[in-house]
Design a binder for this molecule. Structure first.
Ligand SMILES: Cc1cc2nc3c(=O)[nH]c(=O)nc-3n(C[C@H](O)[C@H](O)[C@H](O)COP(=O)(O)O)c2cc1C
Ligand code: SF4
Length: 478
C-alpha cells in the first residue's frame, strides 16, 4: 500500500487552536498516587535498542529520551528494563547498583529537556528463556530427549539409529509421535513457560521475583525516576502468571485469584522498597487475544485486585503473545508480535480499523473499578493518534490517561505542537510498523518518516545508523 493511500486512512483530524488545546481534557493534570502529571498524555514504553551488551545507559539512550522529553508528555515511560543482572543483549538493565549512575544521568537529561514538566517512569521486566529455532539435524542429533515412548517405536535401534530414523520422518508423522513441547522446540525453538515447575528455577519464580523487582525499583528510585511500571503485559513472566493458560498448582495458577497472587506480591515488595513519593503501577493486558487466554472480564477482575492493593496507576495494552506467533526461520527466535495477538498489540493500517482497538475493553475495566469504588487512574493505548480520539475516551470515562506510542515516535514534538495550536505541522504516523520490524530484528529503531524530509539544518550533524538512517527525529524549533 502506498504512503498516500495510508495517509487517506488516518483518522480525520481538525487540529485545535492553542486556546482549544488549553481547555482540552487531555491537557489537564492527573494524579497518579504520589505523582501529579501536568497532562493526561503518556508515551508508553518502547525499546529502541540504544543500549549496549552491558545493558548500560549509553549517550544514544540519553539522546533518545531527551528527544521525547522536548515534546513534554505528561508521562514518559522508559523502555522495558531487565531486573536481573544477566547478559540480555542490548536490553537496558537495572539489576545491579552499578546501573544507578547511568540511570540518574538519563533522569537528569529528561528533566532538563522537558523543563521539569515530564514525569519519568521506567518499565521493569522479567522474561523467560527462549531458544532460536534449531536446524533439523542439530535438533535430532543433540536436543531431542529420547523418552521410553520414543524408544519403544524402534526398540531394535540404538540411540544414534533412532535419532536418524526420527529425523527421516515427515512433519505430519512427527506431529503424531513427538511430545507437543518437543515438536514446538523443533518448529519454533525451545521456550520456557511459567508452568514448567519441574525445573527448579521456574518453580522458584514466586520466591525470587518479588525481591528482584523490588531491588530494581529501589535502584530506579535512587536514580531519580518518578515511578516504575511493573511489566505484566505481552509475553513476559508476570503476564504469563496472569494468563488463563497458567495452570500452576502451587497456589500461583489456576483460578484468577491465584493467577494475580504473584503480581500482587511483586507489588507489595516493590512498594515496601521505594519511598512513598515514588509511583508504582503496572501494565497488563485488557485482552490476551489468543485462544483460551484472558478476556476483558478477566482484566476487569485483575484491575480491581491490583487497584485495591494500592497501585498508583494501571496501564492497559493488548495481545502480543508467543502462543500465536509466526514460525521463525531457522536460527531466529519466535517474536510475540507476529501473529493475530501481535497485530492487536500494534495495529497497522493493513487492518480495516486500527484505531482505538483497546478502548472498549479498557472501558470495561474502568467500569469495574468505578463499581468497586476505586479511582485508580487507567491508561489506555493502541491506535490513538489525534486529540479528538483522546478527548472522546476521556469524555466517555473510558480511561483517565491516553497513551500514544508510534505517533510519538514519528513526531516526538506532536503533543507540544498540539498545545501550541500548531497541529498542522505534525508528522503523522502511517501505522506501517516499519519501526516494529526493526525492533523485531534488534536493530536500532527509527521511523521511516524521519528520512523523508530533505535539506534539514541538522542533516549533516544528526547521528545515523550504518545504513544512513537518522537515529533521531528531525529537530523542530519553536
Ligand atoms: C518499537 C516499539 C517498541 C516497543 N517496546 C515496548 C516495550 O518495551 N514495552 C511495552 O510494554 N510495549 C512496547 N511497545 C508497545 C507500545 O508501548 C504500544 O503498546 C503499542 O505500540 C501500541 O500503541 P500505539 O498504537 O500508540 O503505537 C513497543 C512498540 C514499538 C513500536
Ligand atoms: S515507522 Fe513506526 S512510527 Fe514511523 S510511521 Fe511507521 S509505524 Fe509510525
Amino acid at each position: 500500500m502506498s504512503d498516500k493511500r495510508r495517509e487517506k486512512l488516518l483518522p480525520v483530524s481538525s487540529w485545535p487552536t492553542r486556546e482549544e488545546a488549553a481547555r482540552a481534557r487531555w491537557f489537564q493534570p492527573v494524579t497518579l498516587g504520589p505523582v501529579t502529571a501536568a497532562t493526561r498524555t503518556w508515551v508508553p514504553a518502547m525499546v529502541p535498542w540504544r543500549s549496549n551488551e552491558a545493558g548500560e545507559v549509553t549517550p544514544q539512550v540519553i539522546a533518545w529520551y531527551e528527544r521525547f522529553a522536548r515534546g513534554r508528555p505528561g508521562v514518559l515511560v522508559v523502555e522495558a528494563t531487565g531486573i536481573r543482572d544477566v547478559p540480555s543483549g542490548p536490553l537496558l538493565r537495572a539489576g545491579d547498583d552499578r546501573f544507578v549512575e547511568g540511570l540518574s544521568r538519563l533522569v537528569d537529561a529528561v528533566k532538563r529537556a522537558s523543563g521539569g514538566e515530564t514525569k519519568l517512569f521506567i518499565q521493569l521486566i522479567d522474561f523467560l528463556a527462549i531458544k532460536r529455532r534449531p536446524q533439523r539435524s542439530v535438533f535430532f542429533s543433540r536436543f531431542l530427549q529420547l523418552t521410553p515412548a520414543l524408544r519403544a517405536l524402534r526398540p531394535e535401534l540404538d540411540d544414534a539409529g533412532l535419532r536418524a530414523h526420527l529425523e527421516s520422518l515427515d512433519d505430519q508423522t512427527l506431529a503424531t509421535l513427538l511430545p507437543p513441547r518437543e515438536l514446538e522446540a523443533l518448529q519454533f525453538g525451545l521456550r520456557e513457560r511459567v508452568t514448567d515447575t519441574h525445573l527448579p528455577h521456574l518453580a522458584a519464580l514466586p520466591q525470587v521475583l518479588p525481591g528482584l523487582f523490588a531491588a530494581a525499583a529501589s535502584r530506579c528510585a535512587k536514580a531519580g525516576f518518578d515511578g516504575v511500571e511493573l511489566h505484566s503485559a505481552h509475553a513476559y513472566t508476570l503476564a504469563s502468571f496472569l494468563s488463563a493458560l497458567n495452570t500452576r498448582t502451587d497456589g500461583y495458577g489456576g483460578e484468577r485469584a491465584n493467577r494475580v497472587r504473584l503480581p500482587l506480591e511483586v507489588f507489595a515488595a516493590t512498594r515496601a522498597a521505594v519511598p512513598a513519593s515514588f509511583a508504582v503501577g503496572c501494565r497488563f493486558l485488557a485482552d490476551e487475544i489468543i485462544a483460551g487466554g484472558n478476556r476483558s472480564d478477566d482484566a476487569a477482575f485483575f484491575g480491581v485486585q491490583l487497584a485495591r492493593a494500592g497501585m498508583d496507576f494501571l496501564s492497559l495494552s493488548r495481545g502480543g503473545k508467543f502462543e500465536d506467533a509466526k514460525q521463525p526461520r531457522v536460527g531466529a527466535s519466535a517474536y510475540p508480535y507476529t501473529g493475530p495477538s501481535g497485530h492487536e498489540c500494534m495495529p497497522t493500517t493493513k487492518l480495516e480499523h486500527p484505531w482505538g482497538r483497546n478502548v472498549s475493553a479498557a472501558a470495561q475495566v474502568k467500569q469495574a473499578l468505578l463499581a468497586a469504588g476505586l479511582r485508580t487512574p487507567l491508561v489506555v493505548c493502541g491506535g490513538i493518534a489525534t486529540l479528538a480520539q483522546a478527548e472522546a475516551i476521556l469524555e466517555n470515562d473510558e480511561a483517565d490517561v491516553v497513551a500514544s506510542a508510534r505517533q510519538s515516535l514519528a513526531d516526538p514534538d506532536w503533543l507540544l505542537k498540539l498545545r501550541l495550536g500548531q497541529g498542522a505541522s505534525i508528522r503523522r504516523c502511517l501505522f506501517t510498523n516499519y519501526c516494529e520490524g526493526l525492533d523485531q530484528s534488534h536493530q536500532a529503531v527509527t521511523c521511516q518518516l524521519w528520512d523523508r524530509a530533505k535539506g534539514l539544518p541538522d542533516d549533516d550533524t544528526v547521528p545515523r545508523t550504518a545504513d544512513r538512517r537518522r537515529l533521531l527525529a528531525p529537530a523542530w524549533e519553536l
